[in-house]
Design a protein around this ligand. Sequence first.
Ligand code: NAP
Length: 319
Amino acid sequence: MEKVYDLIIIGAGPAGLTAGIYAGRSRLDTLLIERGQDGGQIAITDEIENYPGGLSTPENIESGAALIARMTAQCQHFGVERLSANVTQVELEGPIKRVHTREAVLEAKAVIIATGAHPRPIGCPGESDLIGRGVSYCATCDGAFFEDLEVYVVGGGDTAVEEAMYLTKFARKVTIIHRRDELRAVKSIQERAFKNDKIDFMWNSVVTALHGDDGVLNGMTVKDTKTGEERRVDADEEDGMFGVFVFIGFLPNYELFDGIVDMEYNYIVTDTEMRTNIPGVFAVGDIRTTPLRQVVTACADGAIAAMQVEHDLASGAYD
Ligand code: NAP
C-alpha cells in the first residue's frame, strides 16, 4: 500500500517552514514540498528589520537568507521529510488528500497550503522582454550587476524603499519612482532613505513603457500621474543601460487551488484556525486573506495550522 503522510505542507516559506517545525515537534509524519528555494520572497530580502529577536544593525544585518537558513535547519532537526518538486494538481476532498507532482502522487490526511505570493509586475510594454536585461524584481539577486550604473526603483512601500537603500551599495544613483507624492513605507524606513545622498525621488510618476533597443534596458517612458504628460528617460550614453527594479506588491500563487477551495480576490479564505472550507485543508501565510503579510504573521499562521492538524489527528477528526 502507498504511504499516507499525516500532513503534506506545500511551500517552504516562513509559514510552511514554521508549520513543519511545529508538526515535526508533534511527531506528525510530515512531508514538506518546495519547488524552488526555501524562503520564498524573504530569502531574497536583504534586511529583515522587524522580525522579533532578530535585531538588525549596520554591523550585523539580519538577512532574509540567514533567517530562512535557520528555519530550514530547525525543520530538518525535527525530522520533517523534504521533497523538491513542483506540485501540478491537488485532490483535496475526502479523508485522503492527493498531491500530484510530475513524478508521483503523494497522499496525506491533512494538507497545509503555504504557496505564498510572487512580485507584481508593472504590466507595461517591454517589461517581460527585458527581465534579466535590466528589469529585475530582486535586489539581492541582481544588484551587483549595476555597479556604478543608474538604477530606478518602482514603488513606494517598505520593500521598494528598503531595497532602494540596498541598491545604493552598487549603483551610482538610485531614483525611486512613486505614483504619489508620499511614500507608503513606514516612517523609520523613510527617514533612512531621505538621509541617503544616493537616493533621489521621482514623485507622481508611473512607468508606462520600457525600451531596450539593443536587447538591454536603455530607456523608459514615464507618465506624470497629475498632468498625464509622458516623457522619455534614456540611459547615459556612456553607460548604455540602466536598471529598473520593481517592488509594487505581490500577487498570490493561487492557481493550483482555483475552483477547489474558497477564495476572495485570489486569496484563500480561512478561519482563525487557518481552516479552509475543506476539512483537513489549511492555508497559511501570504496566500490567505489576512490583514498583515509579514514574516511574523506567516510564522504564526504556520504554527496555528500545524497544531490544529495535531489536535484533529489526535481526536480522530479525519477518520
Ligand atoms: P506594499 O506595501 O503593498 O506597497 C506597494 C507599493 O507599490 C505602494 O507604494 C503602491 O503605491 C505601489 N504600487 C502598487 N501597484 C502599483 C502600480 N501598478 N504601479 C505603481 N506603483 C504601484 O508592498 P511592499 O512594499 O512589498 O510590502 C508588502 C508588505 O510587506 C507590507 O505589509 C510591508 O509592510 C511588508 N514589508 C515589511 C518590511 C519591513 O518591515 N522591513 C519590508 C518589506 C515589506 P501606493 O502607495 O500609491 O498604493
